[in-house]
Design a protein around this ligand. Structure first.
Ligand SMILES: Cc1ncc(COP(=O)(O)O)c(C=O)c1O
Length: 385
């Protein structure tokens, strides 16, 4: 392990004690030569794991032919990526605006909701995480107290309790521009909503003329074993934001919307220098093609169920979430389990809930890898409990 203190980087990230130098499949290699099974996927990003030949080839080929051009010109690969993403997405979402990150996608979705309805209030859910930029932080639970909260939110925000249908009835009214929900709350620890909560949000939005935004930055692009959480819960949003797994590691994001919303937008309403760049689009197209060609949604469903059925062992007392966005409820502090597992060569993540360990593995994870986790969890029991 390299022993250095970064002299030039801002020290805003607590760092885990290993230095990955390369990755292959679901494994990372530490610079001391040891292998680490990655069940965290770089915060839900490494959808295809590491070194997938099709993704690498697509990025390489695009870099050689056209590394960058802006949105001022039409680029074939951008059209192809948008077509592929729309085809992969819920049928009601036919139009795509490419952007660089999850926060930016939310920023634009919120702006559209406020401008299009000429209303001033957004309804969000307690414990949600939507990003660190101005509007996204305004609808993020607890951001006010954290350093990225701003002195004032740019619009009115009303938070409702999770799964509280009555609270939705009270909050969504004629002043509500939009409602933003993660179908499964990621940072909160893979907390999954009841279908009733999500369908009530949909019908109240219809009733009051508000727009439903699903934040699928963490749940999207196959992580729940369906293309999106919208498909998993069968709830049709007006807008859907996604990022993370979308580029398999290449930074990108997207805001998907219905045709009804898209026709209201005119040139200049939204914009980005890098959003929809050729490399990002090549990556997006390749990721979606691989998910389909290798039937990875079925793999996420099957291996996700296996984890749910077999991993309540050792310190794990319950599992929440869906697909490959799973929260292992643990008796001791989740950070203790994460540190212990890492010593045994398995990378997992914590969450905002100190007793939930988060798993966000690449979609190519197999049963043999889950067995390594089960063994490590059982060892924890005999050593520590
Ligand atoms: C649900 C959700 N929304 C938005 C974001 C922000 O995305 P980004 O870090 O790409 O800006 C995150 C990041 O963790 C997220 O989990």
């Amino acid at each position: 392990m390299i022993d250095f203190k970064p002299a030039n980087l801002t020290e805003v990230y607590p760092q885990l004690p290993f230095v990955p130098i390369c990755g292959q499949g679901v494994f990372l290699q530490d610079n001391d030569g040891s292998q680490v099974l990655d069940l965290y996927g770089g915060h839900a990003v490494a959808s295809l794991g590491y070194g997938h030949p099709k993704l690498i080839e697509a990025i390489k080929k695009q870099a050689q032919s056209l590394l960058f051009q802006s949105n001022i010109v039409e680029i074939c690969i951008r059209n192809e990526a948008a077509e592929k993403l729309a085809e992969f997405s819920p049928e009601c979402l036919t139009r795509v605006f490419f952007i660089n990150s999850g926060s930016e996608a939310n920023e634009n979705a919120l702006r559209i909701a406020l401008q299009m309805t000429s209303r001033t209030k957004i309804v969000a859910v307690e414990h949600s995480f939507h990003g660190r930029t101005g509007a996204a932080a305004a609808v993020t639970w607890g951001a006010k107290k954290s350093w990225y909260g701003f002195p004032h939110t740019p619009f009115n925000v009303q938070f409702v309790r999770r799964n509280d249908v009555q609270a939705l009835h009270k909050a969504i009214d004629k002043d509500t521009a939009g409602v933003i929900i993660e179908p499964v709350q990621g940072v909160a620890g893979a907390f999954d909503f009841s279908k009733e909560f999500l369908t009530t949000a949909r019908s109240l939005c219809d009733q009051h003329g508000a727009l439903l935004i699903l934040d699928e930055v963490q749940t999207g692009v196959g992580r729940l074993g369906k293309p999106f959480g919208s498909d998993y819960f069968d709830v049709k949003p007006d807008m859907l934001t996604t990022a993370k797994a979308l580029g398999g590691g290449f930074p990108c994001g997207a805001l998907l919307m219905t045709q009804d919303i898209a026709v209201e937008l005119k040139p200049g309403d939204l914009g980005s220098t890098f959003g929809g760049g050729p490399l990002a689009c090549a990556a997006i197209k390749a990721v979606l093609e691989v998910i389909e060609e290798e039937d990875l949604l079925t793999q996420v469903q099957n291996i996700g169920s296996l984890i749910q059925n077999k991993c309540i062992t050792g310190p794990v007392i319950g599992i929440q979430g869906a697909g490959f966005l799973l929260g292992l409820k643990v008796k001791p502090k989740a950070s203790l389990i994460r540190d212990d597992l890492l010593k045994k060569g398995i990378l997992t993540g914590t969450s905002a809930d100190p007793h939930v360990l988060r798993l966000l593995p690449p979609y190519i994870l197999e049963e043999k890898h889950v067995n390594l986790l089960i063994e490590a969890l059982q060892e924890f029991k005999s050593e520590t409990l």
